[in-house]
Write a protein that binds this ligand. Structure first.
Ligand code: NAP
Length: 267
């Protein structure tokens, strides 16, 4: 039950300016019966302060908690994709997280597994880029069927909420997070008589699985990014993707649909 959620963990990059502002927020929250906890494992509400980058970090560093509600508070610019509140909205935040009729928004999450061993979750995207000046080659498999052979700078696999991030910069479509799917996009593909790719982004249903197989031709040490972190794995062959059964839960406010957010961020 949402009304039982009372333990709040505040996630922020420590500096004296924000500490001062947060002291007021902490006092305010306590007066409304919330406990500010020191460790995220004790919380059931996680509030991130900063921008979208901070929200991504807050979710990653607290391990994509399924039993928590995540709340994004923008500190230095207008609200963004994941930050629904600004620092001045103290009353609005308290009202939203204490409301009995609280509506929860669920964001799909991508599951990435590298060579069948390590597995990671992403809220925005996983990017695979050549680690050297030369292009590299990737075989793309959909549901165990070979689809295309890519040669170029790299590929992106994005969630719907990640569709407005890196994916958008490479002309991918903006996707409604109510659609559980993942988007595959190219980074500068070579297209000639030898290499041919679809050349446009494509969207896969949550029932599909995708494999990117790095051709082992010497240039098989890509840089793999999960949201805003780089994986330290050096040598990679197969990267498998599917939509996770996990989701990230955030507060759903009135007049703040995904498309309202897209409008305020980009238009
Ligand atoms: P950053 O490189 O410092 O900033 C990336 C920018 O993207 C920031 O302005 C950030 O917003 C914004 N952003 C992040 N997630 C977004 C989303 N889902 N929708 C719309 N905008 C979003 O890195 P960062 O702040 O740590 O964010 C990491 C993300 O940067 C990666 O997940 C990737 O999507 C993106 N990225 C984009 C490019 C590109 O567009 N060429 C290249 C590399 C990475 P805030 O200012 O509110 O934090």
């Amino acid at each position: 039950m949402m009304e039982d959620r009372r333990n709040v963990y505040l996630y922020y990059k420590r500096n004296s300016e924000i500490e001062g502002q947060l002291n007021t927020i902490k006092e305010f929250a306590k007066n409304y019966g919330f406990n500010i906890v020191d460790h995220y494992k004790e919380s059931n509400i996680i509030v991130s302060f900063g921008g979208d980058g901070s929200f991504l970090q807050a979710v990653r560093n607290t391990n994509f908690r399924q039993d928590c509600l995540y709340v994004g508070v923008a500190t230095n610019r207008p609200n963004s994709l994941y930050s629904d509140f600004s620092l001045d909205d103290k009353d609005k935040i308290i009202e939203a997280i204490s409301s009995e009729q609280l509506e929860v928004r669920k964001y799909p999450v991508l599951e990435v597994s590298v060579d069948g061993q390590s597995s990671f979750l992403c809220l925005n995207e996983c990017s695979i880029r050549s680690g050297i000046i030369k292009t590299f080659v990737i075989d793309v498999w959909i549901d165990d069927q070979h689809f295309e052979t890519f040669r170029g700078d790299g590929m992106l696999v994005s969630t719907p909420t990640g569709s407005t991030a890196y994916n958008k910069s490479v002309n991918g479509a903006v996707v409604d997070p109510k659609l559980p799917c993942l988007q595959v996009n190219e980074l500068a593909s070579l297209n000639n008589n030898k290499y041919r790719t679809l050349g446009s982004p494509f969207i896969l249903s949550n029932e599909r699985k995708l494999r990117l197989q790095i051709v082992q031709d010497g240039n098989d040490h890509p840089i793999i990014g999960i949201d805003n972190e780089a994986l330290s794995i050096r040598h990679v062959k197969n990267i498998d993707f599917k939509l996770s059964e996990k989701v990230i839960k955030t507060v759903k406010l009135k007049d703040n649909s995904f498309w309202d957010k897209v409008k305020r961020t980009f238009l």
